[in-house]
Design a binder for this molecule. Structure first.
Ligand code: NAP
Length: 320
């Protein structure tokens, strides 16, 4: 049984707990959040021990932590957890920037403990089935990815709008698009970006296009416009549409050059975080320090792409 401790009991931590009962051999043991009322409410809903400090949580009988705070504090808690001998599953983006992520990866390597970024899409049943299907009915050489997400109904007090908490559309959503581009096209070679800021000083709309080892990607991300939220992956023999919201994928259509159209539908259950959590638990059991799917190199590539996009639109966070 893998015993989890949770750091930061907000929205995504609730979704993590929606999925945990679906993960074989995993249980919530303890939680801590900055405000006592947040952790008390969380514990009364899901059980486990309410801790009054991060040190108390990390000194307790847990195997792994799920870090569900905002990116301003991811590095701090990842490092504390690894130093305390706990495996780490950290929400995306895994750190504020590449420099911070490298500190965490260095420690993961030194301690021999597992570190994985919670980049959920590749674990969804639709995504894995799509990749499996393409092995025997391929779309040829993939050379282009187009994806977007702009969500106009986020309330203005959401941390996505907070400069201090390292919000903004690139950190909140763009990191998913970075995943998709690298997953299908390989290592990033070049980034070109534009974007604008809202009144709180973070990007509320940004577009970026990237050149990769395998082709090109074009991406938009924002909180201003009601965008479509689907993804297009184009190859020499066909293209794939992952229907909205592509980052919680449940349905895809493959259109082939020869006129065939193939639909793949694979709904997810329990909020969808259960799949990455199950993978993370399996890795702990095998003694791995890195996921073969969300590799450390992938996490580095994703945050490096967001770093460069932020640099080009002029967005620096506190301490940068
Ligand atoms: N994988 C996904 O599908 C998905 C979806 C949404 C968000 N996310 C990611 O999940 C992370 C959290 O987002 P969210 O929407 O859950 O935010 P949220 O609702 O604000 O939750 C974060 C919680 O962490 C606590 N917290 C914040 N800063 C802290 C600190 N320095 N130390 C201790 N506790 C702290 C806050 O609780 P108190 O201050 O009340 O204690 C807050 O409730 C972000 O990195 C985001 O990108 C992932």
């Amino acid at each position: 049984m893998i015993k989890f401790g949770i750091i930061g009991c907000g929205r995504i931590a609730h979704r993590f707990m929606q999925g945990l009962p679906e993960v074989p051999g995993a249980v919530l043991a303890a939680s801590w959040s900055r405000r006592a009322e947040t952790v008390d409410a969380f514990i009364s809903q899901y059980g486990g021990k309410a801790c009054t400090s991060v040190d108390e949580l990390l000194a307790g009988d847990i195997d792994a932590v799920y870090i569900a705070t905002l990116p301003d504090s991811h590095m701090e808690y990842c490092i504390k957890a690894l130093q305390a001998g706990k495996h780490v599953l950290c929400e995306k983006p895994a750190a504020l920037n590449l420099q911070q992520l490298d500190e965490v990866l260095k420690l993961s390597k030194a301690t021999g403990l597992l570190f994985m970024e919670g980049m959920k899409p590749p674990f969804y049943p639709l995504y894995t089935q799509l990749k499996e299907y393409l092995k025997h009915d391929p779309i040829g050489e993939v050379g282009y990815v187009r994806a977007g997400s702009s969500v106009a109904d986020v309330s203005k007090d959401h941390p996505n709008f907070s400069y201090e908490l390292a919000g903004g559309s690139l950190m909140g959503i763009g990191i998913y698009e970075a995943f998709l581009a690298i997953d299908w096209l390989g290592e990033t070679k070049e980034v070109q970006a534009m974007g604008h800021f809202g009144p709180t000083g973070v990007d509320t709309f940004a577009i970026f296009q990237t050149k990769h080892a395998g082709g090109y990607a074009q991406v938009y991300t924002g909180f201003d416009l009601h965008g479509k939220g689907d993804a297009l992956i184009a190859g020499t023999l066909g293209h794939i549409t992952i229907h909205k919201n592509w980052w919680n994928p449940a349905r895809a259509t493959i259109d082939y050059l020869d006129g065939r159209s193939v639909e793949i539908s694979k709904p997810f259950i329990a909020g969808g975080l259960n799949y990455e959590t199950a993978h993370f638990c399996d890795l702990i059991r095998t003694g791995a320090t890195e996921s073969p799917i969300v590799t450390h190199a992938l996490s580095r590539g994703m945050i490096a792409m967001i770093d460069e996009t932020r640099r080009q639109i002029g967005l620096k966070f506190i301490g940068e």
